[in-house]
Design a protein around this ligand. Structure first.
Ligand code: 13P
Length: 266
């Protein structure tokens, strides 16, 4: 099986003032990432200053945007294009976050256009998928994930899939304090990898990182990241607390070290 470097993303959502963004960026810049890759997703208006702070500090942490428009520059009031992000050196982006789908109204089709645009532009794209509580209770978790994944990847060129990350974020677990059990999350991740295998090929499916998101905390990160198909996390609330976010990144780094040691002794 391909070894996948764990990734932990901190999605700040529509939080922080500039002073708080500066303080958080400063704290993240001092993290020791170990085996883990770290990305943070500040609000658009703070991207430039956060990216500059991390660059100045020599940090390897990626700075990404929470969304993008699928079209290029033009008469689209309020929108932000891939070329604008790249102009700031921002090469990472989220698409399909549940709040964009369910609060703001991004459709499966729109998420597909945005994902293709991000990947075509050479960006790393974290495509977020996940079921609502109602869908979970109806036993539709895997079907919803498959539908959102297929629609998200509909326009994507195979040659760009190396920059794809999938984030499974069950909507009922986001910001609620309720986390999927490690076994439930693992089952969903394994099914998602199976869909990737059927859309792409074995090598791509095995190499693609699938992150779990939804009330990840220092107290549950270790057991989630120990699961074979969970390759890190996308963190909301806990990413606004530097100590909690650092502990979650350490848990992801430790999971990679443990996996390597286990592989060597077998
Ligand atoms: P919480 O960690 O606050 O549940 O949010 C998860 C999330 O939506 C990350 O994108």
């Amino acid at each position: 099986m391909a070894s996948r470097q764990p990734l932990v993303g901190g999605n700040w959502k529509m939080n922080t003032a500039s002073s708080e963004a500066d303080a958080l960026a400063g704290a993240v810049a001092s993290f020791q990432p170990g085996a883990c890759q770290i990305a943070i997703f500040p609000p658009f208006v703070y991207l430039d200053r956060v990216a500059a702070a991390l660059r100045t500090a020599g940090s390897t942490t990626l700075v990404g945007a929470q969304d993008l428009d699928h079209r290029d520059n033009g008469a689209l009031t309020g929108q932000v294009s891939a070329s604008m992000l790249l102009d700031l050196g921002i090469q990472t982006v989220l698409t399909g976050h549940s709040e964009r789908r369910h609060v703001i109204g991004d459709s499966d089709e729109l998420v597909g256009l945005k994902t293709a645009r991000a990947l075509d532009a050479g960006m790393m794209c974290l495509l977020c998928i996940g079921e609502t509580l109602e869908q979970r209770e109806a036993g539709e978790t895997d079907a919803v994930n498959e539908r959102q994944l297929r629609a998200g990847l509909k326009n994507v060129q195979a040659s760009t899939l190396g920059n794809l990350v999938v984030a499974y974020e069950p909507v009922w677990a986001i910001g609620t304090g309720q986390t999927a059990s490690p076994d439930d999350a693992q089952n969903a991740h394994a099914a998602i990898r199976g869909v990737l295998r059927s859309i792409t090929d074995d090598a791509t499916a095995d190499a693609t990182r699938i992150l779990y998101g939804g009330s990840v905390k220092p107290s549950n990160a270790n057991e989630l990241f120990a699961m074979p198909d969970i390759d890190g996390g996308l963190i909301g609330g806990a990413s606004l607390n530097a100590d909690d976010f650092a502990a979650i990144c350490t848990a992801a780094s430790d999971s990679a070290t443990t996996a390597t040691t286990t592989a060597q002794t077998h």
